[in-house]
Design a protein around this ligand. Sequence first.
Ligand code: PLP
Length: 377
Amino acid sequence: MNKIVLFKVFMSPNIDKALLDVIHSGWIGEGPKVKEFEEKLSDYFGNPYLTTLNNGTAGLHLAYHLAQNQDEYKGYHNSNRNEIITTAITCTATNTPIISTGAKIVWADVDPITGNIDPKSIENKITKNTKAIAMVHWGGNPCEIDKINAIAKKYNIKTVEDGAHSMGMEYKGKKIGNHSDYTILSLQAIKHVTSVDGGILMLKSQKDYERVKLLRWYGIDRTIREGIDLRCELDVVEAGYKFHMNDVCAIIGTKNFEHVEDILSKYRDNAKFYNEAFKGQSAIITTPENPDGRSSYWLYTIHLNNRDEVMKNLDQDGIMSSKVHARNDIHSMFKEFQTTLVNAQKFNNTHLCIPVGWWVSKDDREYIAEKVIKYAK
Ligand SMILES: Cc1ncc(COP(=O)(O)O)c(C=O)c1O
């Protein structure tokens, strides 16, 4: 029996020639293909301040860096008292870069069903050291972005949207990338659109945009200028990273991105089917879509009292399911920041993600729904 997988790499059938052309073009680093990809993405999201990176985690790292060094670079070693409020219901990638910038993690709780950070849990965690609030749109279902941004504004702190799951997500009529100070997306292998590995960082201000273009390549300005020997004659003001995207990844991303609407509509159509199929099933709690937005449905998440048993049974019936991410505050690396998170634990006890992507056929989804209903207690 062929297993119905939870994730699958989408690779455009039109990629081969374009990819070979780039590989043999003599320019495989960051060059014209990155620029073209960025222009296409920028049009799609409606944000001119968009940069590509080599992964989404790099975007988070830069966002936390900017939030802690807003006007001038003071150096990470001065920032070890800074605090960033974040969620434990996410990939560890949301939170490890906080530590890398030297800041402290302050956990806020989540909604026990959606898994999204709960705005009510944020405000009493703010101190004079708080520099940013990070929100993760679980599975691409928008957080309460406006409420979180209102809190941030009140205390003059920054907001970071981790939209790694959220290609195509909308909130209050606008695509992701237009609401908060810093927004990242991931173009990693199994995301809606992949560039093999890659990330997007969208910004609110031109100043941040200009800075990120430097920070993603050691802090050096890559603009080719007549009479200037690149890398050798320009002063580097702020220490940066090697976080840029290359032309090989960019051409793969560009070609896959041509299919974005089709890919998204398949995820959404399968999610709609499950919403109907599970209606009235008292043993299955479905996740409500934020009524102010539109989920990208990278994950279709349900809650089941007998989650672990259902997972095993589905596996035997050839259906892959998973928690995908578990509470990550409990890792040893985060020991010093531990706190009680009642709703994160509730979410963690019952959540399960079932296949919903472009590869899930009408027969597959009927089979999956039937089996979930059969095993849920
Ligand atoms: C919620 C979340 N944030 C960040 C990331 C990191 O993205 P990347 O793998 O592109 O670095 C992931 C990866 O899947 C993720 O799920």
